[in-house]
Design a protein around this ligand. Structure first.
Ligand code: WTA
Length: 647
């Protein structure tokens, strides 16, 4: 890790936005930062004007740390802002271009997307969904996922989208936690040509969630599935018999828009709660200024709707700006490794937003693949989810952007709702490896344990010291965890991001990665404790410790240390496969450990606590440091040897 940090910091190459880009940029006033800082509430209040309100707010911000209320008294509807208000202006403009795995596609104009949303929203009401009811959406990248989200927000039912690749168990856990009585899923979908039996997976999970009353099923893959009487209903049947109109509900600014589950430092994922007004203001302006969204842009964010990036920059941000979005179901290497560039060419994508892990993979596949396609429509590139190493940044800039597209390296989190640190492409000097500066109105800092700012260039905790409109409001059903996790390290007005960072003399922030028990595997956020509890739920496992090992392509891969109930002797490799599959069954394929190391001991203190720092050093072959407080220092050498053997 340290090596990567050093190479990041040494990277001094600078890239200025071209004069042409600056001239046309939505935001090109370099003084915007000072202007925002001089009157932060006024700054956000001005931006709230880009959203349509049924009733204007009474107060911009009510800040009782750590509780913020934004635009209190205001009434609005997110689906109205994403759809209806654009229909009059450009109802025939494509809102959503969907490209399926089998190279089939569908386009919805703004009018069509609004109509489909209104009709499905009427269907939800017909089924008994009321304002405030949480609807769980367990759909892959199909247009119905977007329609479902917008239909929920239309009637004031918070949605909880569960990534379609999560297991039955993970679905059940999230449905239960949210007390969700309604689930939307599909019969199946294709992944690299294979049929995934999504309904079967949902059914299995829902056995453990008896409170679920209705399951709406999209017929996506035409596979035959059993339907449970009384509970299950086909999407098409539901919308067939309902009114085609459904007026958008007038929601309070602080009404919950959605819950998004994410991983933290315990075995249980947490439901991050986002509310309506502030979230819409934040995602609207960041889409507009950071992605420089224009009327004729074709914006492709490759993130899945199951993650926050899919919420903020596939759906709410771009649609509230009236942009055209591309949504792709499938993988970058199916049917071949040119798939993404094929889509860019096919639709003339102008803005492309993806994760460093994908960029590094493309780089490995070779320049000859993108070279076969016409990428000249691209004018802006984005990166999100993990630090982008300068080598990958430069490759992205030169090979994909042909040295003419600014790159926005955007740092943010599920909890922040919107991008927090990023270049503004019409203003900022880019430097490969840094997300550059906090967005106007955002106050970020690098602090030490006591809450003091660290000296320039030193590493420390990345903290946020101002409230912002799209900030997390609470953790669903666990207010104490909300306070303990984010607002307790230094006091209730300073937000702990969980990331380490450094700031250079130009004010650029260099994100160094997580400092807690969260790991990022191919940009997916996972909790080490979550994987540990999955492992120990297997009868052969007595104890487990999970760690991230630095990986050139994926950022990190999962390395699990397992103490067995009894020795596996000649069955070890069979058991290893079984345990990997067990984690897949408990969480999903994204959590599959890359390596499992069987051991009799773990590096623990005398009080029996695993020393994560030592484990991290063993996993990554770095300097171990002081191990005098370990119960049994010999375990270190033993584990180091085992890790080395596996490679
Ligand atoms: C990491 C994803 C470096 C970081 C939007 C953060 C990044 C976590 C960047 C949140 C970036 C995200 N540079 N690291 N540009 N963007 N991260 O909740 O560790 O899935 O805390 O949200 O991703 O992950 P999450």
């Amino acid at each position: 890790m340290t090596e990567t940090i050093e190479s990041l910091l040494k990277e001094q190459q600078e890239f200025h936005p071209s004069a042409d880009f600056v001239k046309q940029a939505n935001m090109n006033d370099p003084h915007i930062y000072e202007k925002a800082e001089a009157d932060i509430e006024g700054f956000w209040e001005g931006l709230a004007g880009n959203i349509d309100w049924f009733k204007k707010w009474d107060t911009v911000l009510d800040w009782q740390p750590p509780h913020a209320k934004w635009f209190s008294g205001g009434k609005l509807n997110a689906s109205y802002n994403c759809l209806d208000r654009h229909v009059q202006k450009h109802g025939d403009k494509p809102a959503l271009i969907w490209e399926g795995e089998m190279e089939n596609s569908e386009t919805y104009t703004y009018k069509e997307l609004r109509d489909a949303t209104a009709r499905f929203a009427a269907g939800l009401k017909e089924l008994g969904v009321k304002k405030g009811d949480v609807v769980t959406i367990y759909l892959p990248m199909v247009p119905e996922a977007v329609i479902s989200m917008l239909a929920c927000s239309r009637i004031g039912a918070p949605h909880s989208v569960v990534f379609a690749g999560f297991s039955s168990e993970a679905l059940a856990q999230r449905v239960e936690d949210a007390h969700s009585r309604f689930v939307i899923t599909c019969n199946g979908y294709f992944h690299k040509g294979n049929l995934i039996q999504q309904k079967e997976r949902a059914d299995k999970g829902l056995e453990n969630a008896p409170a679920v009353e209705k399951v709406i099923v999209v017929d996506h893959a035409a596979n035959i599935i059993p339907m449970k009487e009384e509970r299950d209903i086909w999407w098409n049947d539901l919308i067939h018999n309902v009114d085609s109109e459904c007026e958008p509900e007038h929601m309070d600014s602080e009404d919950t828009l959605f819950i998004m589950y994410t991983s933290g430092t315990t075995g249980r994922p947490k439901g991050v709660v986002h509310t309506t007004g502030g979230y819409m203001v934040g995602t609207n302006v960041t889409s507009n200024w950071i992605f420089d969204l224009k009327d004729d842009d074709i914006f492709w964010c490759t993130a899945d709707v199951g993650w926050i990036t899919g919420h903020s920059y596939l759906v709410y941000g771009p649609l509230s700006n009236g942009a055209t979005i591309v949504m792709h179901e499938g993988a970058p290497d199916y049917p071949d490794k040119g798939r993404f560039w094929d889509i860019v060419e096919k639709y003339g994508v102008t803005i492309f937003y993806t994760a460093p892990t994908a960029i590094r993979t493309f780089m490995k596949w070779g320049d000859e693949i993108p070279a076969k396609y016409d990428l000249s429509s691209l004018r802006l590139l984005g990166s999100v989810g993990e630090p982008i190493n300068p080598k990958a940044w430069l490759w992205y800039y030169e090979t994909i952007g042909k040295s003419k597209c600014p790159i926005v390296d955007t740092w943010w989190q599920t909890e922040t709702g919107m991008i927090m640190i990023s270049p503004l492409p019409g203003i900022t000097t880019m430097r490969p490896g840094t997300a550059t500066r906090p967005f106007p109105g955002i106050k970020a800092n690098i602090l030490d344990d006591e809450g003091n700012e660290v000296p320039m260039g030193s590493g420390g905790y990345l903290a946020l010291q101002n409230p912002w409109p799209s900030m997390i409001r609470t953790i669903n059903g666990d207010e104490q965890r909300f306070i303990d996790t984010y607002w307790s390290k230094w006091g209730a007005d300073t937000y702990l991001t969980g990331d380490g960072a450094r700031k250079d003399e130009d004010g650029n922030f260099w994100i160094l990665g997580r400092l807690d028990d969260v790991i990022k595997v191919s940009g997916h956020r996972l909790g080490t404790m979550e994987i540990e509890s999955a492992l120990v739920s297997h009868p052969s496992v007595a104890e487990a410790a999970v760690d991230g090992k630095v990986d050139e392509i994926k950022g990190e891969v999962i390395c699990a240390y397992v103490i067995l109930e009894s020795s596996c002797d000649d069955q070890c490799s069979i058991l290893e496969d079984e345990l990997k599959q067990h984690v897949v069954d408990e969480i999903g394929p994204i959590a599959r450990p890359k390596m499992i190391i069987f051991t009799e001991e773990l590096p623990k203190t005398r009080s029996g606590k695993i020393m994560r720092r030592v484990l991290k050093a063993i996993t990554n072959g770095t300097e171990i440091g002081d191990i005098s407080t370990l119960q049994d220092p010999a375990v270190v050498e033993d584990l180091k040897r085992k890790v080395n053997e596996i490679g």
